[in-house]
Structure formats: structure tokens, C-alpha cells
Ligand binder design. Structure first.
Ligand code: CUA
Length: 307
């Protein structure tokens, strides 16, 4: 199966915020086209009318009238744009200091950390939300400037280190909505993908239930050996949720994708990744541990138990 990586379009909005933004975009396109047509027509008309150099220019009074009309016209146009823009901002952006965020999205080179403060759930790259509910999201960065953008659901917003910002995230219907980092942040910028997975209420409750439970202990011998290796290699030095240099792996096997949402989460891809991360995603911070094939197999067997 080939992983769908096609980012959603702003022209198929699936949230009140994205719908409002698209309405504003259409209004600006229509008004902008109108201005273009009028100005182009006037240029052509005056070029033809005043082609003859001997012809007198309009009187000063006439010209002043035209200037006043121009200024008034532009002012009215700006007002026509201002009102719906402010209305759209009120729909898209939460009021300052609204309430504690439901969700923290933190950009990293080159993946997204996702935290749910109320439940303590920590995820990566895949954001599970209940459909039909607006979540208040705080967007921040752990290193450089990233940009969180899921075109069908929400506005585009910079994730700037030290400057957290807030936005609404909502999906009108259950489904998967793809987005990406929208600000150049390093070699793997293009492969810093986002999947928002909107669930029905029971599906979302089931997902939450599974995430707050610790995964079942490994029983197969290779998985047990893999767990030992995971501890020996001190993988948690980077991958624990408290450190978050790399994604938290507590429920890795429950995710659809690996490596910043770029490859499907399968045993084969996990094997490729552990054998040589740089070959899968050059520039990733995941080091190559030069593991033997047997060790990779054991680690994969263990990681696959982390449902
Ligand atoms: Cu993160 Cu581009």
C-alpha cells in the first residue's frame, strides 16, 4: 500500500474556520479582479483619448474631482474588505487568554510533538481529535521556526521558539486531513508532515482509552530481547515524553506513520529505519547505531508490541 501524502486543499474546507477563510479569499479574489479590470480599462481608455499630444488635459477642477473619487473609492473598498476580515479573524483565532489549551503542538526538526494536557497523552505527527468539536491548540517550537498548516481545517500559523500562539482546530466530519510544515526549517522540511485524524465520539473515546493504558508487556522472546536492547541503548534518553528530543514511543505501534509522517508504520519500514535512519530520511537527528540485523529484528519485534 502506498501512503497517501497529498496535502488537503484550501478549496475543500472541512471546518468553520477554513470555510470562513475561503469565503474571505473568494471575496478578495472578486474585488481584486474588479479593481484590475477597472484600472486596466481606464489605462486603455486614457491612452486612446489622450493619444493626440495637442489635446488639452482636463481643467484642474475636473482633475480634483477625479482624485477625490479615486480616494473615496479606495477607502470604500478597504472598508468592504476590513469588515469581513475582522469577522473572519474572530472565527479563526481564539480570544486572547481564552482558556487552557486542549492540545499542545510543538514543532521539532523534523516532526511534531502532540500533547493532550488533560489526559497526559503524548503523540507524534498524528493528531487525533473528536469531529465537530473545536479544540484550542497552543502551537510552539522546540528549535527553529516551523509552520503548522492543515489547509482544510485551520489557518496557517508559525511555530516560533519562545512565542507560543493559539488557534482553533476543528473538523466538521470524521476523516483524515493532511498537512505539512509550511516554513523552511532545515533539510527535512518537506518531510515534516501532519495527519489530523477526526473521529466520531465513540472512536475518539476508544483511542483515548488505548493511549492512557500502558501497552501489554512483550511475551515473544525476540520482543523481550528487543526491550532489553531498548534499555541498553538508552533509547529513552531521547524518546521519553519528558525529554522529547525524538517522538515518544510509548504507543508507537498504534500510529499509521513513521519518521515525521512520511512512511507507513510497518515492520519492514521500521527495520529500514533502524538499520540506517539517514537512508530513509537524510538529516534526521536519529543516529545510526550500526546494529546487527538480529538486533534490528529484536527491536522491531519489541516496538511492534507498543500498541
Ligand atoms: Cu518544520 Cu519546515
Amino acid at each position: 500500500m502506498v501512503l497517501n501524502l497529498e496535502i488537503g486543499s484550501v478549496f475543500s474546507p472541512a471546518s468553520p474556520m477554513a470555510e470562513a477563510t475561503l469565503r474571505l479569499l473568494y471575496l478578495l479574489l472578486v474585488l481584486g479582479t474588479g479593481v484590475l479590470v477597472v484600472v486596466a480599462a481606464l489605462v486603455v481608455i486614457s491612452a486612446i483619448r489622450f493619444r493626440d499630444r495637442g489635446r488639452e488635459l482636463p481643467e484642474a477642477g475636473e482633475r480634483r474631482k477625479a482624485e477625490v473619487l479615486w480616494i473615496l473609492g479606495a477607502a470604500v473598498l478597504l472598508l468592504v474588505v476590513l469588515v469581513p476580515t475582522v469577522q473572519t479573524m474572530r472565527i479563526v483565532d481564539p480570544p486572547a487568554g481564552a482558556r487552557a489549551p486542549d492540545l499542545l503542538v510543538i514543532g521539532h526538526q523534523f516532526w511534531w510533538e502532540v500533547r493532550y494536557p488533560a489526559s497526559g497523552i503524548v503523540a507524534a505527527n498524528e493528531i487525533h481529535i473528536p469531529a465537530g468539536t473545536a479544540l484550542l491548540v497552543r502551537v510552539e517550537s522546540a528549535d527553529v521556526i516551523h509552520n503548522f498548516w492543515v489547509p482544510q481545517l485551520a489557518r496557517k500559523i508559525d511555530a516560533t521558539p519562545g512565542r507560543p500562539v493559539a488557534m482553533w482546530l476543528q473538523a466538521n466530519r470524521p476523516g483524515v486531513f493532511l498537512g505539512a510544515c509550511g516554513e523552511f526549517c532545515g533539510v527535512e522540511h518537506a518531510w515534516m508532515r501532519i495527519r489530523v485524524i477526526a473521529h466520531t465520539a465513540p472512536q475518539y473515546a476508544a483511542w483515548q482509552g488505548a493511549q492512557v493504558r500502558p501497552p501489554a508487556r512483550p511475551v515473544a522472546s525476540d520482543a523481550i530481547a528487543g526491550e532489553r536492547l531498548y534499555q541498553q541503548l538508552a533509547c529513552a534518553t531521547c524518546h521519553a515524553s519528558s525529554v522529547a528530543v525524538g517522538p515518544d514511543l510509548t504507543h508507537l505501534a498504534s500510529r499509521e506513520t513513521l519518521a515525521g509522517g512520511v512512511i507507513e508504520n510497518t515492520a519492514a519500514n521500521l527495520t529500514r529505519w533502524l538499520a540506517n535512519p539517514d537512508a530513509v530520511k537524510p538529516g534526521s537527528l536519529m543516529p545510526n547505531f550500526h546494529l546487527a540485523a538480529r538486533e534490528v529484528g529484536e527491536l522491531v519485534a519489541y516496538l511492534e508490541t507498543l500498541k
